[in-house]
Structures are given as C-alpha cells and as structure tokens.
Design a binder for this molecule. Structure first.
Ligand SMILES: *Cc1c(COP(=O)(O)O)cnc(C)c1O
Length: 379
C-alpha cells in the first residue's frame, strides 16, 4: 500500500522558492554571494568563526577527515549506530576504522568504550548525534585529546541543537552537517563543515575546491606573481555547493527555530502517548542536552520489531530502522568485522523503529501513529 505518511520530509514554502528563483535570475549560479551568505549563516548557528559549505553530508565528512589530516596508517574510532558515510569517508583518506560501542540510553558513542579503543595511531574520534541528541562531547574530547586525536561530531541530525548552552558546531574540534531533504533543514543535497580552528577551515575550503590555494602568503613561488596565478599544493575534489542551493539553505535557516519547536512538540506528544507501556521504550533525553530531534527512535523490547514494522507499513505509516550496525554491512564483514563486536549498539539496532518525524506532521497524524503502535502492543 502507498504510504500515508513518510518517516521524514522537507518543509519548503513560497519564500524558499522565491529565494532560489532570485539566484537563478542573477549572475552567480555558483561560487557567488549567496554561498558566502549561507556559510556566514551556518557559522552563526554553529557559533564558529566560519563554515565551509559542500555538496552533501558525505562530502562534509570526507572534507573534514581530509582537513583533519587523516591519512594512510591512521585509525579513526567511530560508532556503528550511524549512516555508514561516517566511517567510509575516513576509509577514502586511507584510515583504518575501529568501531566502539554506544551508550545504552542515547545510542551515542560511549566515552568509556572509546577510551578502551584508543591507540597511538588514533587520529580522529568521530561521534554521531544520533536522532539529534548531542554526543557527550566533553567526555569524548577528553579521551580523544588524551590520545592526541581530534573529536569530530557528525551532526547530520542535529544542526540547531546544543549541550549545556553550547551550540552543536562549537562542541567538537570539527563538526559536519547534512542538508538532505529528510534532515532538519534542506538544500536538496548539501552539507557543511564548521570548526573553531581557522587553519582547519582553510584546509577544508581548499579540499572542496579541488585543492586551489588562494592565500598568496602560502604560495611556494617566490616574489610577485601575475594576476592569473594559482597553486595546488594538496589533493582536493570539487565539492562546491552551488549558490542556487545555498540560497535555499539560508531561506530555510530563518525557520530553523520554528522547525525545532515543532520537532520537540511532536517528540513530546509521542512520549506522552507511548508512556508507561512495558514493551516500549521512548527516547532518552539527558540533562543539559537541548536536542534538535531529527528522528523519533522508539524501541520495542519484546523482540517483535519486524512485526511492528510490518504492522505500521500496512497502516500506511513510513517507519524506518536507523540504523543497521555499520560493521554488519558486507563491505566490513568482508574485512573481518564481526557481529558481536558492539553488543550495545547491536541490541539497540535490533529494537529500534523510527516513527514519522517532520515539522509538517499534524497532531492528528501523530495521534494516528500512536494509536497504531498502541493497537499493536495491546495497550
Ligand atoms: C544523512 C547522513 C549523512 C550523509 O549525509 P548526505 O547529505 O546524505 O550525504 C552522514 N551521517 C549521518 C549520521 C547522516 O544521517
């Protein structure tokens, strides 16, 4: 049957369409002022001195790993409860992936598991703000820095969130965002890298622009160069976000707080409607965390996730599983990663079912989803 409700979708209004059309009528389709404005806007949300916009959340991860200096021989420690790009982008830089387990309540990377996994080869510890709940950045940074590594926060789920009053983007050494349509704001395809380290940001800016070095003070060539001059000192790729899409992003950002409030209200309504049922566990919300809820990860504890999934889909409700543990993917299985390596994440994944979550869901939609779940568990 066709889905009545998807599990996530974008909110695009007439002001967004106008903003995109204005760029199409202008001179700069890419590398222009709308891009510069969007990078400024994202840096504003993240509380950072700058941002580097790119073509996707995957490109943001690749760019961030490159800018962090990840290369052959390095280890990157990450979570299995994420979209697999968090891991695979570090592999493109030549790193070896080490999966560490997650905390039982939030599903976020567990600082103690990371502490047990670090070595003198650890270059980056990469956590994901699962469902929009921020990672325990202070504890993870302490472990990472103690090993001489950087903390990367994959904040594909959590632009606009905060921890103890510090915005996501200012918690880790480097943070990445995704602006895919199901995420908290969209540019159709898009992403960004933010950091307080302006050298790292400069390297990110060069990497996403095919390795161009624009800063004349860094050129190897001696003396005054002609106006045509440029240098390429490191490898890069073309991950430039066009102005057409950047304008959509800036327009969407004006409604980020509205989106966040609606996502919190939907979360509250699900929490209330599904409270006190033995077979179910509603999402954890730690003290001090101000999540930007991207997902509503419900857990079913009686082993009937498959049946609940089928029941919801039969009712036209677009539920989803976030995520199949990354180390279970055939690519990793072929390379010796085994089931059982991260038991907490694996148990979480076995129980998890994401309910529909997007700002345009009505209260009646949410109630219909709650009713179907309650009907299934006999509550
Ligand atoms: C969506 C997502 C990505 C990748 O973002 P794209 O924009 O789809 O490339 C990376 N990490 C996480 C946790 C995501 O949810």
């Amino acid at each position: 049957m066709t889905l009545v409700l998807p599990y996530g979708r974008q909110s695009v209004d007439e002001s967004d369409i106008e903003a995109v059309a204005a760029v199409l009528r202008g001179d700069w389709l890419t590398t222009g002022p709308a891009l510069a404005q969007f990078e400024k806007d994202i840096a504003g949300v993240a509380g950072t001195p700058g941002a580097v916009a790119v073509t996707s959340g995957t490109a943001a991860l690749h760019t961030a790993y490159a800018a962090a200096g990840v290369r052959e021989g390095d280890q990157v420690i990450t979570t299995p409860l994420t979209f697999f790009a968090t891991a695979t982008c570090a592999i493109w830089q030549g790193a070896e992936i080490v999966f560490a387990d997650v905390s039982e309540d939030t599903g976020n990377l567990d600082p103690q598991a990371v502490a047990a996994a670090v070595t003198d080869r650890t270059k980056v510890v990469a956590g994901t703000d699962y469902a929009g709940h921020p990672i325990d950045a202070p504890a993870l940074a302490k472990v990472a820095h103690g090993a001489g590594a950087l903390l990367l926060e994959d904040a594909a789920h959590s632009v606009g969130g905060a921890l103890d009053g510090t915005p996501v983007g200012s918690l880790a050494d480097v943070t990445t965002f995704s602006f895919f349509p199901t995420k908290n704001l969209t540019t159709a395809e898009g992403g960004a890298v933010v950091s307080h380290d302006t050298d790292l940001l400069a390297r990110a800016g060069e990497f996403k622009a095919i390795g161009y070095t624009r800063d004349a003070s860094k050129w190897r060539a001696e003396g005054e160069q002609g106006g045509w001059y440029y240098e390429m000192q490191d490898l890069g790729l073309n991950y430039r976000l066009p102005d057409v899409l950047a304008a959509l992003g800036s327009s969407q950002l004006t409604r980020l707080e509205t989106f966040k409030k609606r996502r919190q209200a939907i979360t509250d309504r699900y929490n209330e409607g599904l409270a006190g049922i033995d077979a179910l566990r509603t999402p954890a919300h730690r003290e001090g965390a101000d999540p930007m809820w991207h997902l509503y990860p419900l857990r079913i504890l009686d082993g009937r996730r498959r049946e609940l999934f089928d029941h919801m889909r039969a009712g036209g409700i677009g539920v989803q599983v976030n995520y199949i543990p990354v180390h279970w993917q055939p690519y990793f299985a072929d390379r010796g990663y085994r089931k059982g390596m991260c038991p907490v994440a694996e148990a979480y994944s076995d129980q998890e079912l994401s309910l529909p979550m997007f700002p345009d869901l009505t209260d009646a939609d949410v109630d219909r989803v709650i009713e179907l779940v309650r009907e299934f568990v006999g509550a």
